[in-house]
Design a protein around this ligand. Sequence first.
Ligand code: NAG
Ligand code: NAG
Ligand code: NAG
Length: 187
Amino acid sequence: MEKGLMLPRILLLSIFTISVQSEYYSKTLPAVAQEKTTHLHFYLHDTLSGKTPTAIQIASPNSTNSKDDNPIPFGALFAIDDPLTEGPEITSKVIGNARGMYLSSSQDKFLTLVMYVDLGFSRGKFKGSSISVFSRNPITEKHREMAVVGGRGQFRMARGFIEVNTYYLNTSNGDAILEYNVTVVHP
Ligand SMILES: *[C@@H]1O[C@H](CO)[C@@H](O)[C@H](O)[C@H]1NC(C)=O
Ligand SMILES: *[C@@H]1O[C@H](CO)[C@@H](O)[C@H](O)[C@H]1NC(C)=O
Ligand SMILES: *[C@@H]1O[C@H](CO)[C@@H](O)[C@H](O)[C@H]1NC(C)=O
């Protein structure tokens, strides 16, 4: 008797399931329990000078309004494609690039950039994966911190922070080498 009732019940259940799947969502499952912490250490070369700069200004404020001859005045926007290397020398092994933009965003004398940057890796364990940075970067502080808000590939749903140290800076042309220590938590 029970058996006879089962089939219609199963049919009813599957009809219900099909109608749910046609909604804009599918299912909600518990979050992935296992998360890893990854540390990365590399250098970023931001070159404004020379014939092949890796950072170029793409928008600027009305310069006749500018109070001083700051090379990065409030409102200046730069596009970057900066190489990432294993060691501090530009000849050291390239492991990826930083692509995106930075915007000069402070009106006081403490120059602050806001970075909208994707750090992509082209070698080793994390080849093809990248880390998304969306953060202020108070560049007048030698040791500073930026937020990691996400990532791609092996860094899907990553979050964390980057400790930044100015390894080299030429104040007259703005060329810089930055040491990045990344700490990210990801599935
Ligand atoms: C730029 O600033 C000058 C001086 O204040 C002003 O005369 C001019 O209209 C401004 N130009 C724009 C496009 O805002
Ligand atoms: C980055 O980490 C290294 C050791 O892994 C350390 O020597 C260095 O001081 C750190 N730099 C920053 C900016 O945190
Ligand atoms: C810093 O930049 C200036 C202006 O471009 C240049 O003359 C000078 O050689 C640079 N310094 C170093 C150490 O590269």
